[in-house]
Design a protein around this ligand. Structure first.
Ligand SMILES: Nc1ncnc2c1ncn2[C@@H]1O[C@H](COP(=O)(O)OP(=O)(O)OP(=O)(O)O)[C@@H](O)[C@H]1O
Ligand SMILES: [Mg+2]
Length: 288
């Protein structure tokens, strides 16, 4: 009897443990009850409030919303650059307490080292990781090829176009092979054609390497073109207004009825928040 009881207890403990590590729908990034308050003088700005978000491994998720709604603040909380005032962020089951090699970040303003060539910029993170010289050279070469940068390997960032610089920034993050890519309006400053080319390249790479991508944009079309899911945010406090699944096959046709239906729905949602943003701007100008 005692043995049977012991076995039952062991089985219960085993199943409990199994449930804890492999829930039915495992999420790679978990955001729970995240709030971020900035204090500027006497003013408290509630940038984020009550954010709950689950992102599965391999998902491409866009954060969409007007200026000032907290997209970068949320991305920075996941990156570990800015801890939330309240709530938790977990990546691969570990609490995020700072930046880590599991989460690579691509910024809007191409954060490249101006004194390094293209190849040196891409190699930088690998040298920090103390990877061997031959391995670094091989990985850098493969990435330069993947991003069509072979002929620019010895150029400096100042001699490249915006699109090229952003390619280098993407190559540099891919070099680290982080399972999670965080991208803050990476194509925001590019012309429409370059932007589309880079969007296509990013989708190609994402399909090839199976990374999880959290991508900030305020472009509705960009979010529909890229994402598996679009998280629409409200303006101040930044909360999740809607979590929209996009099931259209890729490459997505911007002229299709389905694309345009979704574009209209999302425009309506973003417009509501944009109006709150504009009203807020006018209020702050009148108060000055
Ligand atoms: N370091 C800071 N100190 C004070 N307020 C901040 C700080 N960072 C962000 N904020 C405020 O928090 C809110 C959200 O800012 P955030 O930069 O996350 O918005 P966003 O959605 O990324 O906007 P954009 O599209 O313009 O980049 C804004 O009202 C902003 O003014
Ligand atoms: Mg931002």
């Amino acid at each position: 009897m005692a043995t049977l009881l012991k076995m039952t207890q062991d089985y219960a403990a085993m199943t409990a443990a199994t449930t804890a590590v492999s829930p039915a729908a495992p999420s790679q990034i978990q955001v729970r009850g995240v709030e971020k308050i900035f204090t500027v003088g006497a003013q408290k700005i509630v940038a984020l409030q009550g954010i709950d978000l689950d992102i599965r491994k391999g998902e491409f998720v866009c954060l969409l919303g007007p200026s000032g709604c907290g997209k970068s603040t949320l991305l920075n909380a996941v990156a570990g650059f800015q801890p939330p005032t309240r709530g938790t962020v977990t990546a691969d089951g570990k609490a995020v307490t700072g930046p880590g090699p599991d989460r690579g970040m691509v910024f809007q303003e191409y954060a490249l080292f101006p004194w390094m060539t293209v190849a040196e910029n891409v190699a930088f993170g690998l040298q920090i990781k103390k990877m061997g010289k031959a391995d670094i050279a091989a990985r850098v070469e493969a990435l330069l090829e993947k991003l069509h940068l072979q002929d620019f390997r010895n150029r400096y960032p100042k001699d490249l176009s915006g699109g090229m610089r952003q390619r280098v920034a993407i190559a540099r993050v891919l070099a680290l092979d982080s399972p999670i890519l965080l991208m803050d309006e990476p194509f925001g400053a590019l012309d429409a054609l370059t932007r589309r080319t880079l969007q296509d390249e990013l989708l190609r790479i994402w399909e090839e390497v199976g990374k999880t991508i959290l991508f900030v944009t305020h472009s509705i079309e960009e979010s529909i073109y890229l994402a598996d899911r679009i998280i629409v945010m409200t303006y101040r406090p930044g909360t999740i207004k809607q979590d929209v699944r996009v099931d259209m096959p890729r490459p997505r046709d911007g002229a299709s009825a389905e694309f345009n239906r979704l574009k209209r729905d999302l425009s309506q949602m973003v417009m509501e928040e944009q109006q709150r943003f504009s009203a807020d701007e006018i209020r702050s100008v009148t108060a000055d």
